[in-house]
Design a protein around this ligand. Structure first.
Ligand code: AMP
Ligand code: ZN
Length: 428
């Protein structure tokens, strides 16, 4: 039933005692980094866990500002891995890991997968991206730790994915929820019925927001159980919170992170059950402790205990964000990245809108730009070249492929005050 029964089912008061110890150690370790040596200068050992509320927050801007090494709390020689998050313009956010950090991350990832029902004899196909994105490597090591035969196939190429599933009897898959649906349609086109022809039992779905309805649809299409998986690279990556067999909220491993929910406007800490922004403190990291990190993700801590017996509290499905980050087919993008690119193109006017639509479970990002009559006086062919140029630059800035179109000057709604530029037409 449990990967680590003792800690997973420990009385919550015991977990809190452990958290206090781990938090105090973390504060001491964090002070070795340039950033926290200043930020935590006047912070001494805490006497109770509630005192975490007296610590300062850390934001994504802090992480970017601390590029490249201000958050590093150990000698560089101790660091064995770097990951970096998508969705930033300018300096990326970088996260470092020691060998011990990677072991502890693999352990909580294994705990997640075990809680969802994965076992040593399962065959695990990881369709998440390997590389700087944490989805691939994060669960790769967790799955190996659990003992599953792990197929590091990475994303895309649906026919190949299906071929591996058929030939190796894949039972467990880590997959973006939107891709799960597309993969099903590719199988159907090739006359494969996953319910009859494959051995799939469990999907871990995450890295992007999705609804309960979509989860149910995936479960029905494939005839399996799909478990919601939440994580973010600033706090390692996947494995931060995960559904157990009850499929009713995600356990957040409280011997790995301390969760808080705050009101994003007043920054006041809210009681369990109330919705707000999730704030996380990583209490088991050596290379890069992160204290009270404002995730910008909206959720709540579920107040009632879980029937599975695990005592680590649960968070609800992520409801949205408190900033303007968009997640396009699993890739994080901020509108400012698009704006920055457009502003560097003289033929484009400063008026543009971004539209996100959904077709066959693929997000489609389009950018409509008013042409700048004064700077552009070309033929249709020139316009086509310009479109191609902007699309290429947007791809290189954001990592996704938007479709650019032009409209005449003065056609888009005039920006009054704070312009509404992003139109998200996807089903929520
Ligand atoms: P990254 O750091 O690139 O892994 O992106 C992390 C962000 O992806 C989180 O802060 C969330 O906004 C989003 N995310 C990750 N997992 C989920 C999930 N299961 N449901 C909703 N959003 C998610
Ligand atoms: Zn549970």
């Amino acid at each position: 039933m449990f990967w680590q029964k003792e800690i997973e089912t420990a009385p919550h008061s015991e977990i809190q005692k452990l958290q206090l110890r781990m938090l105090n150690d973390t504060i001491e370790r964090a002070k070795k980094s340039k950033f926290y040596s200043k930020k935590l200068q006047n912070v001494n050992q805490l006497k109770n866990i509630e005192q975490i509320q007296e610590l300062p927050f850390t934001t994504k801007e802090d992480l970017r500002g601390g590029f490249p090494y201000d958050f590093l709390a150990v000698d560089l020689g101790e660091v064995v891995r770097l990951h970096s998050s998508s969705g930033t313009t300018g300096n990326p956010t970088v996260v470092y890991h020691t060998a011990q950090d990677l072991q502890s991350w693999a352990n909580i990832s294994a705990r997640c997968m075990y809680a969802a029902g994965a076992r040593k004899n399962d065959i695990f196909q990881n369709t998440m991206g390997y590389g700087l994105f944490t989805g691939g490597l994060g669960f790769h090591y967790g799955a190996e730790r659990l003992g599953m035969m792990t197929i590091p196939i990475g994303p895309g190429n649906s026919k190949r994915q299906t071929w591996f599933m058929q030939n190796f009897g894949t039972t467990t898959v880590h997959i973006l929820p939107s891709y799960a649906v597309r993969l099903y349609h590719s199988m159907k086109e090739d006359g494969i019925d996953p319910k009859k022809d494959l051995k799939l039992k469990i999907f871990f779905i995450g890295a992007e927001p999705h609804t309960e309805e979509l989860r149910r649809e995936i479960q029905e299409l494939y005839g399996l159980k799909a478990f919601n998986s939440y994580g973010l690279s600033e706090i390692s990556g996947p494995g931060v919170a995960f559904e157990c067999g009850e499929q009713d909220g995600m356990h957040i491993w409280e011997d790995f992170v301390i969760p808080e929910i705050i009101d994003p406007d007043t920054l006041e800490v809210l009681p369990d059950g109330q919705e707000g922004e999730l704030v996380l403190t990583a209490i088991n990291r050596r290379a890069m402790p992160v204290i009270r990190y404002r995730t910008r993700d909206l959720t709540k801590i579920l107040p009632s205990p879980c029937a599975c017996g695990r005592t680590h509290r649960k968070i609800a499905r992520i409801k949205g964000r408190t900033d303007d980050m968009m997640i396009i087919n699993g890739v994080n993008i901020f509108p400012i990245q698009i704006e920055k690119t457009i502003m560097n193109i003289p033929e484009a006017s400063k008026n543009y809108i971004i539209e996100i639509a959904e077709k066959n479970y693929m997000d489609k990002l389009s950018v409509k730009i008013e042409i700048n009559d004064e700077a552009f006086d070309g033929t249709l062919e020139d316009l086509e070249k310009l479109k191609h140029k902007i699309e290429t630059e947007l791809k290189s800035e954001t990592g996704v492929s938007p479709i650019v179109s032009f409209v005449d000057q003065g056609t888009l709604p005039a920006a009054e005050g704070k312009a509404k530029r992003v139109y998200d037409l996807r089903k929520k």
